[in-house]
Design a protein around this ligand. Structure first.
Ligand code: SF4
Length: 367
């Protein structure tokens, strides 16, 4: 039986996994400086299992931290200014930022103001978050956030509640205040019980319930690259700390962290595009790292991916940590075997049940 938790781990509130604690760092403005990258890599090697995970909320995680080492790790992360020493403030940094921003543009200005005003926000549920996505075209529309600031079809900035097709036009200078007002409405109208704004049944306040249409999504970073520096793909979102540190070539000034398993090496030396297998396949860590898993996930995912049409999700259990949305093919581990569903989430009622890896491979013509 999987355990569904309504919160995400933070550095101050780590989650226990089979291989130790998971300690999450939330890069401010989707950016980590060169010094912070090198310090984080050293910390992952000293206190964790030597890997760093890149999450679908553009966070960086150190895994495998023994409880006895956690206080020293927190101290190191606070010294690097990767974590706020105040746990309450750290918990509020649930902000996705379009990673390709430039100094002084709207995304940079809004995200900077929001970071400075987070203490004004009410206490929000653990998975509640914001997206600042005001480049020329939105790029975060498929990524998890409850309240979004993005471009509309006329080029203006709109505020939009997740789950609603339209939003309200907002002057850029008022954007953070509007975000705060909608977050306050969410709490005052009983939204905490629903957890997420898309599940909150109350009608939006009239001022936020307008008909500004978001602009069509921009092209994915994997197709366009970035003028900030080379884009480095991270298979399954996991990279060894040494490999991450090696991205900091002499000219690199830092990393931009994305929710798409890709890192932009700011100022990095030009390099061939890195798009490893496993980049567009979803598979959680599975067994033996996660205590809720009874199956290995990532080796099977790599073998199967070329034989599956569409998006593949291999999940160690029904919780579906690697992908919340439906995938074209989803394998869900249960009692050391897999159930299979199509166009579904990991917790869907399966169409095939109780297959081992060999049967799965044969079913998809991969054996
Ligand atoms: S989905 Fe995977 S990582 Fe998440 S709890 Fe289940 S087995 Fe563990």
């Amino acid at each position: 039986m999987s355990v569904i938790r309504g919160w995400c781990p933070t550095a101050h509130r780590p989650m226990e996994a089979g291989d130790g604690l998971i300690v999450r760092v939330r890069p401010r403005l989707a950016r980590v400086t060169r010094t912070q990258v090198l310090g984080l890599c050293a910390a992952a090697a000293s206190y964790g299992n030597g890997h760093i995970d890149l999450t679908n909320r553009a966070n960086l995680q150190i895994r495998g931290v023994p409880e006895s080492q956690w206080p020293a790790l927190i101290e190191r992360l606070c010294a690097l200014e990767l974590v706020d020493p105040d746990p309450a403030l750290e918990a509020r940094h649930a902000v996705l930022v379009a990673p390709d921003w430039r100094a002084g543009d709207d995304t940079h200005r809004i995200a900077t103001e929001l970071a400075a005003r987070l203490a004004e926000f009410p206490d929000l549920p653990g998975k509640f978050g914001f997206a600042i996505d005001t480049d020329a075209a939105p790029v975060l529309q498929d990524d998890p956030a409850d309240i979004r600031l993005e471009r509309d079809v006329t080029g203006g900035v709109i505020l939009r509640a997740d789950g609603r097709a339209r939003g309200v036009s907002i002057p850029v200078d008022d954007a953070v205040s509007a975000l705060l007002a909608l977050a306050e409405w969410f709490v005052a109208s009983g939204g905490r019980a629903a957890g997420r704004i898309a599940r909150h049944a109350a009608a939006l306040p009239a001022w936020a319930d307008q008909d500004a249409l978001p602009a069509p999504a921009g092209p994915p970073l994997g197709d366009t690259g970035s003028t900030l520096g080379p884009v480095h793909g991270v298979a399954f979102g996991r990279i060894e700390a040494d490999a991450l540190a090696a991205l900091m070539t002499p000219s690199a000034t830092g990393l931009r962290v994305t929710p798409w398993r890709r890192l932009i090496v700011e100022g990095g030396a030009p390099s061939p595009r890195s798009e490893p297998p496993g980049l567009d396949v979803d598979a959680c860590v599975g067994a033996p790292s996660c205590p809720q898993a009874t199956v290995e996930t990532r080796t099977l995912a790599c073998r199967l991916a070329p034989h599956v049409e569409g998006r593949l999700h291999v999940s160690g259990c029904a919780k579906g940590c690697a992908r919340a949305r439906p995938a074209d093919v989803v394998l869900t581990g249960r009692d050391s075997l897999f159930d299979v569903a199509f166009d579904a989430r990991a917790d869907a009622v399966p169409e095939l049940v109780g297959l081992d890896a060999a049967h799965i491979l044969a079913h998809f013509g991969a054996s």
